[in-house]
Design a binder for this molecule. Sequence first.
Ligand code: MN
Length: 733
Amino acid sequence: MSTDVVPAAGLVEQLYSQLEQKARALRPSDDLAQLEKAYRMALEAHKDQLRDSGEPYIVHPLNVALILADMQMDLVCLETGLLHDTVEDTRISLDQIRKEFGDEVAGCVDGVTKLSKLHLYSREERQAESVRKMLLAMVNDIRVVIVKLADRLHNMRTLKWLPHERQLRMAQETHDIYAPIAHRLGMGKIRGELEDLSFQYLEPEASAELLREMETQRPQNEEFLSKMRHEVELNLRRENIPARVEGRIKRAYSVYQKMKRQKITLDQVYDLLALRIITDSVKNCYAALGVIHNEWHPIPGRIKDFIAIPRPNLYQSLHTSVIGPGGRSFEVQIRTEEMHRLAEEGIAAHWKYKEGKKGPGAEDQRITWLRQLVEWQQEMHDPGEFMSTLKVDLYPEEVYTFTPMGKVIALPREATPIDFAYAIHSDVGNTCVGAKVNGRIVPLKYSLKNGDVVEILTQSGHLPSKDWLAIVKTSKARNKIKHVINTTERAKAIEIGQKYLEREARRLNVQLSRITKAEMEQVAAEYGCSKIEDLHAALGYGKFSARQVLQKLVPDQVGPLLPLEAPKAVPPPSAAPAGGDTGDLVIKVKGVDDLLVYRAKCCNPIRGEGIVGYVTRGKGIAVHSTNCPNVQNLMYEVERKIDVEWARATTETFPVKVMVYTDDRPGMLNQLTSVLFAEQSNIRSLEASADGKRGADGAVVDMTVEIRDKKQLERVVAAIRRISGVRDVERIQ
Ligand code: MN
């Protein structure tokens, strides 16, 4: 510690007594014991820390609290201001603060701490916008933002002590994030100072030049303003309009912006000088406007009625520009005391010390402001940027989550940790095996909430699961998962296809080793495959049969494919459809021939029924009955759905399993078989047994019959039902 810090101890106590005085002036009846306790705690916690200026660290939280006191904020804000850096930078825990100062202060300190951990700096406008939204969305007490703005304001005021690089970063962040937020919250005064301060660091030359020029003109400008002010006051008094009049010179940064935007010089900024008339009622605002226009000539098109139509951030005022003495133009802003307060302090005005109790009403007041905004928006028909920003609060469409390092990840509502993982990097997504949210393990389908800190657990070599497709919310995650699944399935299909071809070759005594690569490539090309690998994949997916390919390769050795042979075609090894069904020529895929088609075992559709195809991976096309319950579950991948139809009449039959419940009497089986004979349906198997469940004298016949189509099945079933003693017939699927 250098010796010049020693007198600072006196400075510290002096700052605190200033704060106490201000707090006491605001609320003489309040007990300031908690404020002093917060000060002592912060003083002790920061006692070994210095600011870059060399001052004791406590000077910073004290100044933040002083800024808040000047904004007339409540004690919760002042205590939060004093304690705002303790949890982040010292050993004090949030629990300690909660115990000593209660939930409100603890909640605010927690909020400010979370904001401090964020990496907000960004030059990209789009990112800045989402950071601003996020900031507003993640705080559930707007006082957090107000304290944060006071914190930032003091840091900007003392920016000269920081190294150049950090100056630039902080100024940029202030310009991109904090000044716009102050603007959105209607806090004109703090916004102005934040903008002017960051301007000095971001554009040092331009700002120095402009400030020099404005300084040179200042004496004459001030003289002009005071003369005008005097005259306006006289005129208003004559008309019995109670008012106070202030003069103001436009702030450097907004002058600069205007000059740049309109490509004009300082002299051409017509509203560089302005008078503010603050009166007691809306009626008198308009009356004052009349007085002004009576005295000086208004510039056409420069009269703005923000009282009737407030700005999106609720700013209200009448603006007019007039030509003053010597042809010099100036602006006049007219507003009530209430409007003035709102223009300067915005949302902060709602947290001012108010006489009376804090109660359930306090919460209402907090949201009144937001509600008012929505009402304005409905009336305005021109939802500004500000509105869409605050909508985040009211109608959240996005959630803002964080990496353990504090990086913001914006995701759609109900996004899962898998979406989060893919948002970070596709490798993180692919190898994701679990997730922790705020330190706790959660299921991968967990819906992320605003402010969640998400940590993804990965395992190298892990691959995404197909089930993830049903739970992810971002298209990025969905596309990446599909890509990986397709790639791995293609690899599998290539392997299956190759084995299938080899097996079929062995069966047909074709020696694949004698076939050259060129011959193979040529056949592949005939099938529209540019590589042999693609042909293998197509075989694996069941697009062509291996026999067809071999027939093309060695036509002398392998005969043409006979229609009756096809069902017996050997399905790809290890890819046989469940139940060992073989390819099925009685069904064909619309517009495509030669696809490996099989009837799904779950519903076993028969001719005449509505059917739909589903491209399986490596097993050809499964054909389901359209009312098969499995179909709905399978069809979430719409692109794998394929139209199929029954091929034209053949003699093919389908085995159908039927259960017949009958009276247990002789001759029943005989009657059954004769019905089937009459319908020309063969019986594959038949088994009768006593049916204990359906009465003592019941029997059940379990049979598999060969059926050509739906109509035949209907006839058979109807005929069986007509047999006397038959109680019920049931088709088993
Ligand atoms: Mn701070």
